[in-house]
Design a protein. Structure first.
Lengths: 337, 346
């Protein structure tokens, strides 16, 4: 895939965690464009509940980093109004489970502003949403409902799995003319640090990222599931099973070309995600592959996902989330089919 | 006038609730220090403790029966205790154990007890519309039970709350809305989220009675709630109460409260409603021995509940499929490695 991004080794950079990279991305965009502003619950004086907006209110003032009342519908709706009038709002929803009061504004309004006005209005809005499990939080603080958003025409949905992608995808989301749901895998907010260039760069929306080249099986995943997937791939490599691992990164639009190519070169596919299986994005990937590459297929495409149950409380959380062991097992089954 | 017996009952509820939070705090922090690790210890995840809120739960629930509905928010323990929720099973739920109220699947924000018609939700203001529904159910069934929805002052801008006020009013339902004003919504002081200092004034817009109880005072809450619950029970419609409480333990355990001036916290702590009620008890000639007895009994109950809860088993993985309609356990599980193989962990 062509990329517009600089090589972090060749430019000035710092090592950052994913959440620091989000903060860095916000800072960079706000420096660059006065119309970029942040609004949400506890994003100002409290630096955001996950510290993603740390220090930004001191840097840019409370006019551009706005603590709001606790009213998600108003937060997203207000952002729509500002976006339509030329601003680039980046509202934060504290947790993905708090989107529902704002769901109407997002799905019924933000997603449709451009089409309803026949393109005479745009709605350049980036909704930041920490999501996913693994932090021992209760169910509404742990879910992955990316499929809800991907299902709605008019919304784009992206998920970084590295600090580098976090900053670059955020820049793309903010400059995009359409509303983008920017999902942040909070399990890996602070799990590791990577080099992130100081300068501005973009990671384009709609481009998957091949993390590992392989010839036996293509494994598609995103967000916090990338790490256990790579771990499984390493283990399998010792047994001579060669995984081609793709970080899907852009949930909507999907990078069909990269996904289908990956499948064609292996003839086998596995999709790993946290969300429950039924109606999850794995089904969409599977269908896409079937439509484009059925003649290459050597085995059923396997879905390794959360279970079709509500997200369980801490004692059972490790059973629910795909682990490296489960992923490894599923890949073996696919290869041995 | 409130009777001595009722004062004692409220006092016992309040010291139970306070001691409960103090003990949960200890249990919760175990293993999470020195660097705060939210996923460690016997109670992983968030914990919103209600120390400082006791007057509200005790003063309101003093007027309630088991068949009255209560919906509570993310900070529910004091309300649950005052409503008579089974303390042992509630504690087991908080520890995520199989014998918990929700078989260890809900956690501390999701406490449900049909014995006393108690429910809660971690989503702010989400309990308001169901309380209106419980009020409508009571009306249709022609009973005199009532429904009470508790929420924080930070939640009063949610549509769910405002829509509920209107629905309850226009249908003339036996519902009481109780806004617990602890001055803060996480980092947001009340004056930054509303221009209306007296939240009870919102009732005016719906043509229902609204009253604000301005002090951390269980007796004053009791009196205001008597009028509101009585009005509901007598089929005279809904009311809105806003009661001043305070927050002693941060928004959640581990909240460094960097946004909160020390003086604010100190001032809040000085408004201790338990001390105030104790003075009231003495004013009613209740002697030290009786007060000590009430307190000892409360402490014992709490210790017993915690000890029992920690002894309970954790839920089994297959329990996840119980009590919820889902596709029959799908192909995912059949071909999965066993838990013994994966250790349930990576
Ligand atoms: C719809 C929704 N948005 C955000 C949250 C996150 N949240 C949990 S508690 C809280 C503050 C609530 O403040 P308040 O209602 O005053 O209650 P308090 O915590 O002070 O008791 C917030 C923002 C939530 N639970 N639900």
């Amino acid at each position: 895939m062509a990329t517009t991004t600089p090589d972090p080794a060749a430019v000035d950079s710092q090592t950052l965690t994913l959440v620091q990279a989000v903060r860095e991305g916000l800072y960079t965009e706000m420096k660059r464009d006065d119309d970029v502003l942040i609004l949400g619950e506890d994003v100002g004086d409290n630096d955001g509940v996950f510290r993603a907006t740390e220090g930004l209110v001191d840097e840019f003032g409370s006019d551009r980093v706005m603590d709001t009342p606790l009213a998600e519908s108003a937060i997203i709706g207000t952002s729509i109004g500002m976006a339509v009038r030329g601003f680039r709002p980046v509202p934060e929803l504290q947790f993905m489970g708090f989107v529902y009061p704002a769901f109407d504004q997002l799905v019924n309004h933000a997603a449709r502003f451009r089409t309803r006005s026949r393109g005479r209005f745009t709605c350049p809005l980036t909704v930041r949403v920490p999501y996913g499990g693994g932090i021992r939080a209760p169910e509404h603080h742990s879910e992955s409902t990316e499929a809800f958003f991907a299902h709605q025409p008019g919304l784009k949905v992206v998920v970084p799995s590295t600090p580098y992608d976090a900053k670059g995808l955020l820049a793309s989301a903010i400059e995009d003319p359409d509303p983008v749901v920017f999902l942040e895998p909070k399990l890996i907010y602070r799990s590791f640090k990577r080099e992130v260039p100081d300068e501005r760069y973009t990671v384009p929306i709609g481009e998957a990222n091949v993390l590992r080249e392989g010839s036996d099986v293509a494994v598609f995943t995103w967000g916090a599931m990338v790490r256990p997937t790579l771990e499984a791939a390493e283990t399998l490599a010792e047994d001579g099973i060669d995984c081609h691992v793709v970080d899907v990164r852009s949930i909507y639009p999907l990078d069909e070309e990269t996904i289908v190519d990956a499948f064609k070169r292996t003839g086998r596919g596995v999709v790993v995600h946290e969300a429950p299986q039924t109606g999850g994005m794995a089904a969409e990937l599977t269908s896409t592959i079937q439509e484009e590459a059925v003649l290459y297929q050597k085995a059923p495409i396997k879905r390794i996902t959360g279970y079709d149950t509500p997200f369980p409380l801490y004692a059972l959380e490790d059973y629910y989330l795909p682990s490296a062991a489960r992923i490894e097992h599923g890949i073996r089954e696919t290869v041995e089919f | 006038m409130v009777s001595v017996n009722e004062l004692q009952s409220m006092y016992e509820n309040m010291v139970t609730a306070r001691h409960y939070e103090e003990r949960l705090q200890e249990e919760y922090l175990e293993g999470k220090q020195p660097a705060f690790d939210i996923s460690a210890g016997p109670i992983p995840g968030e914990l919103h403790l209600a120390a400082g809120h006791e007057a509200s739960g005790a003063g309101v629930c003093q007027h309630l029966r088991d068949d009255d509905t209560v919906t509570a928010p993310h900070r529910p323990h004091h309300i649950a205790i005052a409503k008579g929720v089974d303390l042992k099973r509630m504690t087991a739920e908080i520890f995520g154990r199989e014998t918990g109220l929700s078989k260890g699947k809900g956690g501390h924000m999701h406490l449900f007890d049909p014995e006393v018609n108690f429910a809660c939700s971690g989503i702010i203001a989400e309990g308001c519309p169901p309380a209106v529904g419980a009020g409508l159910a009571a009306k249709k069934r022609n009973t005199d039970s009532v429904a009470v929805a508790f929420l924080g002052e930070g939640a009063i801008d949610q549509g769910a709350f405002l829509e509920s006020l209107n629905m309850a009013s226009v249908q003339n339902l036996p519902v009481v809305f109780v806004v617990e004003d602890n001055d803060w919504a996480i980092s947001m002081p009340k004056h930054r989220i509303t221009d209306v200092a007296n939240g009870a004034r919102r009732a005016d817009g719906f043509d229902m009675p609204g009253e604000r109880v301005d002090a951390d005072d269980a007796v004053a809450v009791y009196e205001a709630a008597r009028a509101a619950v009585g009005r509901a029970r007598d089929r005279n419609g809904p009311s809105l109460l806003e009661v001043q409480v305070h927050r002693r333990m941060g928004h959640f355990m581990g909240d460094p409260e960097g946004y909160r001036p020390d003086e604010d916290k100190a001032a809040a702590e000085r408004r201790d409603s338990i001390e105030r009620l104790e003075a009231d008890l003495r004013g009613h000639d209740v002697d030290d021995e009786t007060i000590d007895d009430l307190r000892d009994r409360a402490h014992e109950r709490v210790e017993e509940a915690i000890e029992w809860a920690k002894d309970q088993p954790e839920p089994e993985p297959a329990d996840a499929y119980e009590d919820v309609f889902v596709n029959p356990a799908s192909g995912v599980t059949d071909s999965e490695p066993s838990v013994a193989e994966t250790g349930g962990d990576d």
